[in-house]
Design a protein around this ligand. Structure first.
Ligand SMILES: CC(=O)SCCNC(=O)CCNC(=O)[C@H](O)C(C)(C)COP(=O)(O)OP(=O)(O)OC[C@H]1O[C@@H](n2cnc3c(N)ncnc32)[C@H](O)[C@@H]1OP(=O)(O)O
Ligand SMILES: N[C@@H](CCO)C(=O)O
Length: 332
C-alpha cells in the first residue's frame, strides 16, 4: 500500500487589507489566513487576496455578480444598464457584491502569483464562499454572464446551500468542442508568441466569436485607413486594447478553468435552485440552442432569449429588454 503524501501548503505573501477612498472603491481582503484552501489540483494555499466591489448597504442576503473572462469587479464600469436605482442590481434596496476571480489579473491573487498551479471554476466558488462569510452574507442571488455564467453553474453545484436563485446569461453549463477549440487556438497563439503578441492574436480570435457575421457587416464594412479593411484594423486595435489591460498567464489559466469544467447531465439534474437562463439569438460561441438545452436539464429553469445581431457580446452592448427580465426574475 502506498502512503498518501500531503502536498506542501503554499503561503502566499501577506498584504495589507485596503479600503481606498474613492466613490466605488475596490476593496481587498486576505482570506484563508488560518485555514488553507485545498484546490481541485491538490495544491494547498493560504493567504489568498480577494479584490472586490460592493454596492449598497451590507445585509445578510445579497446579489452576487460573476464577471466575464476579461471583466472585473467594477460592475459600474461595464454594466451600467444593470446597476442603479430601479435596475436589476439596485443598491438602494440590495447589497450587490462582485469579486475578481482567483487567477485573474485585477487584484485577487493572480495567475502570475500562482505560478503553474491550475485553478478550477469550483475553486473560484470556494474563494467566493469565504468572501461571503467575511462579509456576513448567508444567502445570495447569483447572476453571471459568459465565463460568469459557467461560474454560476459551478456555484450552484459547489454552494447549493448559499444560492437562492440564479441568472445565467450567454453561457452553457460546459464547453463544447467548438468552445474548447477556440480557446485552444488562443492559448496556442500565446505559447507561440509569449510576451504580448500572442495575447493580441488570442483576442482577435476571441473577438470573432464574440460578435457575428451580421454585426461585423453592419459595423466593419469598408475601410477606416486607406488600403486596410476596417475589420483588420478593428481586430488589431482590439488586440492592442486587451494587451494594455490584461495578462497572458491569466488568459491561459482562466480559459483552461472554463474548458475543464464539464459537469454531467446528472450533475445538472441535481440543481434545485430556480434558474433563469438567457440565450442570445446570434451567439456563435455559445449557440442559443446549447444554452437552452443545458438549462432544460435543470429541474427549475426558465429560458429567455435576447434577440440581437451582435452575437455573444450583446449582453454588454445591446441588452434590449434583458435588464427588465432579469430584475423581475431576481426579485420575484
Ligand atoms: C468600460 C470598461 O472599462 S470595460 C473594461 C472591462 N471589460 C469588461 O468588463 C468586459 C469586457 N469588455 C468588453 O469585452 C468590451 O469592452 C465591450 C464588449 C464591452 C465593448 O467593446 P469596445 O471595444 O468598447 O466596443 P467596440 O467593439 O464597438 O469597439 C470600439 C472601439 O474600437 C474602435 N474601432 C471601431 N472600429 C474600428 C476599426 N475599424 N479600426 C480601428 N478601430 C476601430 C473604436 O474607435 C473604439 O475605440 P475606443 O475603445 O478607443 O473608444
Ligand atoms: N467580451 C467579454 C465576454 C467574453 O466572454 C469579455 O471580454 O470578457
Amino acid at each position: 500500500m502506498t502512503a498518501l503524501s500531503h502536498p506542501p501548503t503554499i503561503a502566499l505573501p501577506l498584504q495589507p487589507d485596503d479600503v481606498p477612498g474613492e466613490r466605488c472603491p475596490q476593496r481587498e481582503v486576505t482570506l484563508f489566513r488560518d485555514h488553507p484552501l485545498l484546490l481541485d489540483s491538490g495544491a494547498v494555499l493560504t493567504n489568498i487576496r480577494v479584490a472586490y466591489h460592493t454596492y449598497g448597504e451590507a445585509r445578510q442576503d445579497a446579489t452576487l455578480v460573476l464577471h466575464a473572462l476579461t471583466g472585473t469587479s467594477a460592475v459600474h464600469e461595464w454594466w451600467p444598464e444593470f446597476l442603479g436605482a430601479g435596475r436589476p442590481l439596485d443598491p438602494t434596496t440590495d447589497y450587490v457584491i462582485c469579486a475578481n476571480v482567483l487567477g485573474g489579473c485585477a487584484g485577487t491573487t493572480s495567475a502570475a502569483e500562482l505560478g503553474d498551479i491550475p485553478v478550477s471554476l469550483r475553486d473560484m466558488a470556494r474563494v467566493g464562499r469565504a468572501l461571503l462569510e467575511h462579509l456576513g452574507v448567508r444567502r445570495v442571488r447569483v447572476i453571471g454572464s459568459s465565463m460568469g455564467g459557467l461560474l454560476t453553474y459551478a456555484w450552484l453545484l459547489e454552494c447549493p446551500d448559499l444560492v437562492e436563485r440564479a441568472v445565467i446569461i450567454g453561457a452553457p453549463a460546459r464547453h463544447s468542442p467548438w468552445a474548447v477549440g477556440l480557446n485552444t487556438a488562443a492559448r496556442s497563439a500565446i505559447r507561440a508568441a509569449p510576451g504580448g503578441e500572442g495575447l493580441k492574436v488570442a483576442r482577435q480570435i476571441a473577438m470573432l466569436s464574440y460578435r457575428s457575421h451580421q454585426s461585423f457587416a453592419a459595423t466593419q464594412a469598408g475601410q477606416r485607413t486607406p488600403g486596410v479593411p476596417a475589420i483588420t484594423s478593428y481586430l488589431e486595435y482590439q488586440g492592442e486594447k486587451l494587451h494594455a489591460r490584461f495578462c497572458e498567464k491569466t488568459y491561459v489559466t482562466l480559459t483552461q478553468a472554463m474548458d475543464t469544467f464539464q459537469p454531467t447531465d446528472a450533475d445538472l439534474r441535481s440543481i434545485h435552485a430556480p434558474v433563469l437562463a438567457v440565450g442570445i439569438s446570434s451567439d456563435v460561441l455559445y449557440p442559443a440552442a446549447e444554452v437552452r438545452g443545458h438549462a432544460a436539464l435543470l429541474p427549475r429553469s426558465t429560458y429567455w432569449e435576447l434577440d440581437s445581431i451582435h452575437g455573444h457580446d450583446a449582453f454588454l452592448m445591446d441588452a434590449g429588454n434583458l435588464p427588465d427580465v432579469v430584475r423581475d426574475f431576481l426579485h420575484r
